[in-house]
Design a protein around this ligand. Structure first.
Ligand SMILES: [Zn+2]
Length: 125
C-alpha cells in the first residue's frame, strides 16, 4: 500500500507508515485515481533496491569463498613446503569468482532479476 501522506510504499499489513509515521488505517490509504501506474512503479523501484542489496550480498559471499579458498590453499602450501603436494582449492575459488561475477551482473542489471521473476511467474500459470 501507498502512504497517502508521503506517497511511499509500505507493506500491506502496516498500520503506520515506516517513512513518515502516518496512520495507515483505511481512510488514509487509497490507491488514488491514476496512481496505479505509480503504485507499480514504486513497487518496481523497491524491488530493484532489493535486487541491488541481494547483488551486494552475492558479491560479498563470492569474495568470502574466494578468500577462504586462498587462505586454505596458502595454509596447505606452507605445511607442504618440503616439496610435497599441496592443494589448490580451485572449486571453491571458481565458485567464489562465479558468485562475485553473478552479483556484479545483478548489480549492473537489477532489472534482469525482475524479468527473471516475471518469467518464473508466467511459467507457474
Ligand atoms: Zn508516509
Amino acid at each position: 500500500m501507498i502512504c497517502k501522506n508521503c506517497k511511499k510504499v509500505n507493506s500491506d499489513d502496516a498500520r503506520f507508515c515506516i517513512h513518515c509515521g502516518s496512520d495507515l488505517s483505511n481512510s488514509n490509504v487509497a490507491v488514488e485515481e491514476g496512481s496505479v501506474d505509480k503504485y507499480f512503479a514504486e513497487k518496481k523501484s523497491a524491488f530493484i533496491e532489493e535486487a541491488k542489496s541481494l547483488a551486494d550480498s552475492e558479491m560479498k559471499q563470492g569474495i568470502i569463498w574466494f578468500v577462504i579458498a586462498l587462505v586454505i590453499t596458502f595454509g596447505s602450501y606452507l605445511f607442504t613446503s618440503e616439496g610435497g603436494t599441496y592443494y589448490v582449492f580451485w572449486g571453491a575459488m571458481i565458485y567464489g569468482i562465479y558468485r562475485l561475477i553473478r552479483g556484479f551482473w545483478y548489480k549492473l542489471n537489477p532489472e534482469s532479476l525482475l524479468q527473471k521473476a516475471e518469467k518464473e511467474a508466467k511459467k507457474d500459470k
